[in-house]
Design a protein around this ligand. Structure first.
Ligand SMILES: [Zn+2]
Length: 192
């Protein structure tokens, strides 16, 4: 099972007899466990889709719509398979929620990956595919957004603002802030 899962994370896996039967019988129970694409039509469906049963040798298995779309398949208009929140989307949402709660701590990708029992490489890849940016980029974006708020709404020094958003090295904080906003933190504050 673990092996199959790993293969599916990478895109596709061999269709089992059980999965094939789910497709043939339009079995709804399997809708959240996989989706399938048909090589000859270029379309992907949920197992429960009532469309014509394809030839088994043309069927490709994917863990979710994100993967099928990135393999250039189009969603079926009939069963609308993109709405299914797959395990990867759910996983990425958990990572996002964790970052939202802990961005002010000295987070790094290794410790974050540890929390989610994954390699940093795998975590970055999944997060980016689902969210469109890497966890590192997301953390930085959030820190800068919070720093802007603090600069405008408190009397904290620049170093204190940096620390409050998890960037204890204040020259690094200033460099990143300037790169992202076009202003140093001090200049940004003068604009209020
Ligand atoms: Zn369909």
């Amino acid at each position: 099972m673990e092996e199959v899962r790993r293969m599916m994370v990478n895109g596709q896996a061999e269709l089992t007899e059980e999965q094939w039967q789910a497709i043939v019988r339009n079995n709804r129970v399997y809708d959240h466990t996989f989706i399938y694409a048909v090589r000859t039509t270029g379309i992907f469906c949920k197992p429960s889709c009532k469309s014509r049963v394809p030839n088994r040798e043309n069927v490709l298995l994917f863990q979710n719509a994100v993967h099928a779309e990135s393999a250039q398949f189009r969603p079926c208009k009939r069963c609308k398979p993109q709405g299914v929140l797959g395990p990867l989307e759910e996983w990425a949402a958990h990572i996002e929620a964790y970052i939202n709660k802990h961005y002010m701590e000295p987070l790094n990708l290794e410790s974050l990956a540890d929390v989610f029992h994954a390699s940093p490489y795998h975590m970055i890849r999944v997060f980016k595919r689902v969210k469109g940016l890497t966890p590192g980029e997301y953390i930085q974006q959030l820190r800068i957004k919070q720093a802007k708020k603090l600069l405008l709404s408190t009397e904290y020094t620049v170093a204190e603002v940096g620390s409050a958003v998890g960037m204890t090295n204040s020259s690094y904080f200033i460099t990143v802030f300037k790169k992202k906003t076009g202003f140093t933190p001090a200049d940004f504050r003068k604009r209020r």
